[in-house]
Design a binder for this molecule. Sequence first.
Ligand code: HEC
Length: 104
Amino acid sequence: MHLKITGFTLLAMLLGCNAAYAANPEAGKAASAQCVGCHGPKGISMAGTFPNLAGQKVEYLTAQLKAFRGKTRVAPVMNGMAAALKDEDIDNLAAYFASLKACE
Ligand code: HEC
């Protein structure tokens, strides 16, 4: 009985961190290798000129990456970084960076 409650609690915690995302944060983590040189391995940036991404909202991250890709938000480095990202990559990257603070 006690084990069952513990298992359920763990499951609820896992779902709590992941349920909001249809995307795959694990795939996003793999894709983030190309981002961490500036934005940091835990989404806390390496320098004052780069924004932190950890714990940022999924919707915001997704919207910014699409804006960079479509060049409606102009920032040459990020326009270049986002140019080759597919919608799925953007969803996964957003899910990964959004998950960092909430789940660690
Ligand atoms: C060479 C450094 C560099 C790399 C690599 C890089 N970024 Fe950025 N990123 C920046 C800079 C600089 C900005 C601020 C752009 C501006 O001035 O608007 C930024 C902004 C962003 C923002 C907007 C944050 C906000 O608060 O509005 C997101 C989201 C983002 N980057 C995601 C990524 C992702 C995902 C990757 C990997 C695919 C990546 N970046 C790779 C430098 C980088």
